[in-house]
Design a protein around this ligand. Structure first.
Ligand code: UN1
Length: 484
């Protein structure tokens, strides 16, 4: 019997999909053979194929959104916004390709042509996450295909059906099936794909733990491109603002959107002591009103479940650990449905904790830290080895300047949530959040490499100095003088 991968609906526990585990060697072999022909096609052929993909996504939008909701548990309204992002990625990536990695001619003397052009790496492996199972892999796949690479895509083992549908949509749009290979499997297949000598690079979105393991796996392969998009332990700082309610809305969106399962979600609320009681109370009251329910429920929920029971157990345990290490509970994170991974938003004040863990708690869990100066707020915001996103709510233009200059993150916002980063901007972080290969608009950069060429139509050449006269051609060369 062949081994199978099965995915489940987090909200109900029912089976969504099953399929045989892929043979990684076989998929790599096919993908590897296919890329030169794809790369040799005119760029417009590839971009038009991508535009047809966007049309296919729009035509199947409701089916895709429903599948995303079933497989991740995210509310249907949110899955619809994900599908929109998938389609929008195409035009953005086409623009990014031409802006970041297009051909450039540099004028040379006397008909000499100096050119900068870009070539694809070959076969790129893409390892996708479960939180945006279509949008984030699409953010690697679309630019990789535009640049002329072939792709072996392994969706998260928690969201393989969405991955499979994404691949079907690409193929329906005209991407040859050899050029985009679906690799179904779990961590073993992920490791096998990442370590396969037949790939030319790996584009990864997921946890820091897996990213670091991949980085080690690639330590001896500087010849292969590795792009890591990892997590964060993101701060949202709230400073002087008369409008506590709006501030609370922005904090809640930062912390609890997608049930806290975005890499850009705020994990830490850093707030001025003098306003902390009032703000935290406002956040708590708003969090009380958030509907946690199944993705298709009416009225529509703000949050669905987290991805599975194991994730929910881990988060519950983390909450208890924070509690027993000096955290003061503002709002309990509860598990309203037995045996299902629904979690209500948890808020805990960790100001008095001697040592706060610097880990990404990937769920609806917000830690509060009170500080009494803006310098302390910035120091606390930077008190992490991650550096993905950071936001300041309130303050003044001067304080925002200070925040922007000193906060260490790849996304820095003012009076906006920490999440919801634009696909039209580069997206990535510093520290443990990545390896300086930002995605989204800058994904073009890691999908192709530059080739500098100096070119001339005619075979011309001359040596201006250091030549003996032509008639002395036959004389023996003088001995090289001994310089010692
Ligand atoms: C987020 O919204 O929190 O296209 C993630 C991208 C980014 C992802 C943002 N806009 O890769």
């Amino acid at each position: 019997m062949t081994a199978e991968l099965v995915s489940h609906d987090p909200a109900t526990g029912t089976e969504v999909w099953r399929r045989a585990i892929s043979d990684v060697d076989h998929e790599v072999e096919i993908g590897r053979r296919a890329w030169p022909e794809w790369a040799a096609k005119p760029l417009t052929f590839r971009t038009e194929t991508m535009r047809r993909f966007a049309d296919r996504v729009k035509a199947e939008a409701e089916t895709l959104a429903t599948l995303i909701s079933r497989e991740t548990g995210k509310p249907l309204w949110e899955a619809r916004t994900e599908v929109e992002s998938v389609a929008n990625k195409v035009d953005i990536s086409i623009n990014a390709y031409s802006e970041r990695t297009s051909n450039r001619r540099i004028e040379g003397a006397m008909g000499l042509r100096n050119a900068v052009r870009h070539k694809p790496h070959g076969l790129l492996a893409v390892l996708g996450p479960y939180n945006f199972p279509a949008h984030l892999p699409g953010g690697h796949i679309v630019p990789a295909l535009i640049a002329g690479n072939s792709v072996a895509f392994k969706p998260s083992e928690k969201t393989p059906a969405t991955g499979a549908m994404l691949v079907d949509l690409f193929q329906a749009a005209g991407v040859p099936k050899e050029v985009l290979r679906l690799v179904i499997g779990g961590p073993d297949e992920g490791k096998a794909l990442a370590g396969h000598p037949g790939i030319d690079g790996l584009l990864f979105t997921g946890s820091a733990r897996t990213g670091l393991a991949l980085n080690r796996q690639f330590a001896n392969r500087p010849d292969k491109i590795l792009a890591l998009e990892m997590g964060g332990n993101n701060p949202v700082v709230v400073w002087d603002t008369p409008d506590l309610h709006t501030a609370a809305i922005l904090v809640v969106q930062s912390a609890f959107l997608s049930a806290g399962q975005r890499c850009t979600n705020a994990r830490r609320l850093i707030v001025r002591e003098s306003m902390a009681d009032r703000l935290v109370d406002e956040v708590r009251r708003l969090a009380n009103r958030l509907i946690v329910d199944e993705p298709f429920a009416a009225p529509a929920p703000y949050m669905g479940p987290v991805i599975d029971n194991e994730a929910a157990d881990g988060l519950t345990e983390s909450f208890l650990i924070l509690m027993s290490n000096g955290g003061h509970v503002v709002r309990h994170m509860t598990r309203p449905v037995r045996d299902r991974p629904f979690l209500t938003p948890g808020i805990i004040d960790v100001t008095d904790m001697a040592e706060r863990p610097d880990i990404e708690l990937f769920g609806p869990l917000l830690q509060v830290v009170r500080v009494d100066s803006f310098e302390a707020a910035i120091a606390e915001a930077n008190n992490t080895s991650f550096g993905l996103s950071a936001a300041l709510i309130g303050g003044s233009p001067q304080l925002y300047d200070q925040f922007w200059a000193n906060a260490r993150a790849g996304v820095i916002n003012w009076n906006r949530p920490t999440n919801g980063a634009s696909s039209a901007a580069p997206f990535g972080g510093i520290g443990l959040s990545g390896n300086h290969r930002p995605s989204a608009f800058y994904a073009a950069d890691y999908c192709a490499y530059p080739v500098a060429s100096s070119e001339c139509e005619a075979t011309r050449g001359s040596i201006g100095v250091g030549l003996r006269d032509i008639d002395k051609d036959s004389e023996p060369l003088p001995l090289v003088r001994d310089k010692r």
